[in-house]
Ligand binder design. Structure first.
Ligand code: BG6
Length: 483
């Protein structure tokens, strides 16, 4: 595996720990090796020492306190890491890589800023490093962000496809590496009792929430030009929506799954800015800690209009979902960290019980919890104990951590392993990416043209009041953001 950006943060924090986990699980080929490519002045010994510090920190913060670093496995992996210093646009870098890689299997992992994607792939092609032979495959992993709008995503696809076949490109969306995201398909399609209810006859609406408490951290410069919509919606949120709303694929073959995802995203009715709310956090408090406003963060313009929150309403024009709105919200510096999908079922048609009119019945809600708690919760009505017949809401919960001993992985393990074995199911195809952008493009255009105000919300709140109004218009409200 050749990692461009091998001296960077993503490699240290996520890729190497994930590859270490694969080593411990015995899933790597005995000939596996990593070549880290970066421009920084450094050598192999220095890089290995840096990685060792991070891997010890990573292991120390794992949930299971008894876990310690497996020294033999780590030493095996560490000895297989080497460093190549070079510029990404210099043919000499690729000549050197050609000498190291030889004819075997090779994954080129682009853990670099998006502006280098095209250059690196063209240079790999020019150096004949992308040509697959009987001796080995050649695959390229492309990180996010994949374009900054529909036009640039298409242009990037064209550029990559000039040097590679679609089957060689692995576009990562790290949400698809999360166990609980993958579990959505298992839950829907391997159980008999969900799927018959999963349609417009029984479901009132769906809410998808990806709430974060973190701000823009050290990424101010990147975030200023990106904003919450581009950062989260066409990619992560659209993937969640596709998992919940897609039809059953004919098989779990990569293309069968990706065909269905593309179809459901293509069925999303054209959006307008009236179906969206953009917000930006102001100063506030989270967990008792004072938080500065977005415009006071480093590298942020004092009059910035970049959104740190988005809420949207979408409709899917197909037989399964016509008339069932999907409400999405995501933001930084919100009340708490929570990613979940709440499927709200229709009310029972009438209430049999005294003192419980239909509108007072607890709605049936099935919540697929993605993070930080991982599992599934079902909310329904039950008789309250006592001689007087009354109903109340109860919850039934399946918790991953209770049931399975291992805490879910960081997500990169599955993705890297799948790429090594050539399973592209969890990676985005060119048309998936473009469909995600298609959905948000009209809103981005309207915002660019100055339509739709940027609504302020205090850090620590669940978002701006206008996001509540978006649902109130339809007589609905967001599930409360509580632990
Ligand atoms: C990234 C975004 O893709 O996803 C970040 O660029 C965001 O801004 C992150 O914080 C959220 O990922 P997770 O796994 O923490 O939910």
């Amino acid at each position: 595996m050749v990692i461009f950006g091998g001296g960077g943060d993503l490699t240290r924090r996520l890729l190497i720990p994930a590859i270490y986990n694969l080593t411990c699980a015995g899933l790597l080929n005995p000939d596996f090796a990593i070549v880290a490519v970066d421009w920084a002045e450094m050598d192999t010994e220095h890089l290995r020492a840096q990685l060792e510090i991070t891997i010890r920190q990573f292991v120390a913060q794992r949930r299971a306190t008894a876990v310690t670093l497996q020294e033999d496995e780590w030493n095996w992996l560490c000895q297989r890491v080497s460093y190549v210093r070079g510029s990404f646009d210099d043919p000499a870098t690729y000549q050197r890589l050609g000498e190291i890689c030889g004819a075997g299997n090779c994954v080129f992992y682009l853990a670099v800023a998006a502006r280098f994607f095209g250059t690196i792939v063209s240079q790999l092609d020019a150096a004949k490093l992308t040509a697959e032979t009987d001796m080995g495959y050649r695959r390229v992993v492309v990180e996010k962000p994949f374009g900054s709008d529909l036009g640039s995503a298409r242009a990037l696809n064209t550029k990559l496809l000039a040097s590679l076949n679609e089957s060689q490109i692995y576009r990562i969306d790290h949400y698809l590496g999360k166990e609980t995201v993958q579990n959505i398909l298992a839950l829907r399609f391997s159980n008999g009792f969900f799927e018959p209810l999963w349609n417009r006859q029984n479901i009132d609406h769906v809410q998808i929430t990806a709430a974060e408490t973190v701000g823009v951290e050290k990424r101010g410069r990147f975030y200023e030009g990106t904003g919450a919509m581009r950062d989260m919606v066409p990619n992560h949120i659209m993937q969640l929506l596709a998992m919940v709303a897609m039809e059953a694929p004919a098989s779990f073959d990569a293309d069968a799954v990706r065909d269905e995802k593309t179809k459901v995203l293509a069925a999303i009715h054209e959006t307008t800015h009236r179906d969206a709310v953009r917000g930006q956090y102001d100063a506030g408090t989270i967990a008792g800690r004072p938080i500065p406003g977005y415009r006071e963060e480093p590298d942020i313009a004092p009059d910035s209009e970049t959104e740190t929150f988005v809420a949207m309403k979408l409709n899917i024009d197909n037989w399964r979902w016509a008339g069932v709105p999907f409400y999405l919200r995501t933001g930084k510096r919100l009340t708490l960290r929570k990613t979940e999908i709440a499927v709200h079922f229709k009310q029972a048609p009438y209430a049999l019980f005294r003192d419980t009119p239909v509108e007072k019945l607890t709605p049936n809600i099935m919540v697929l919890q993605i993070q930080p708690s991982e599992g599934v919760t079902m909310q329904f009505s039950a008789k309250l104990p006592g001689p007087v017949v009354k109903l109340g809401g109860v919850r039934m919960k399946f918790d991953y951590a209770d049931w399975f001993q291992e805490g879910p992985s960081t997500g990169y393990e599955t993705l890297i392993y799948d790429c090594l074995i050539g399973d592209a199911t969890l990676f985005q195809r060119a048309d998936n990416v473009e469909m995600g952008w298609r959905v948000v493009q009209p809103i981005l255009d309207a915002w660019q043209a100055g339509q739709g105000e940027v609504c302020q919300y205090a850090a620590g709140r669940p978002g701006p009041a206008q996001a509540d109004e978006l649902l109130a218009r339809d007589g609905r409200h967001w599930l409360r953001l509580t632990a």
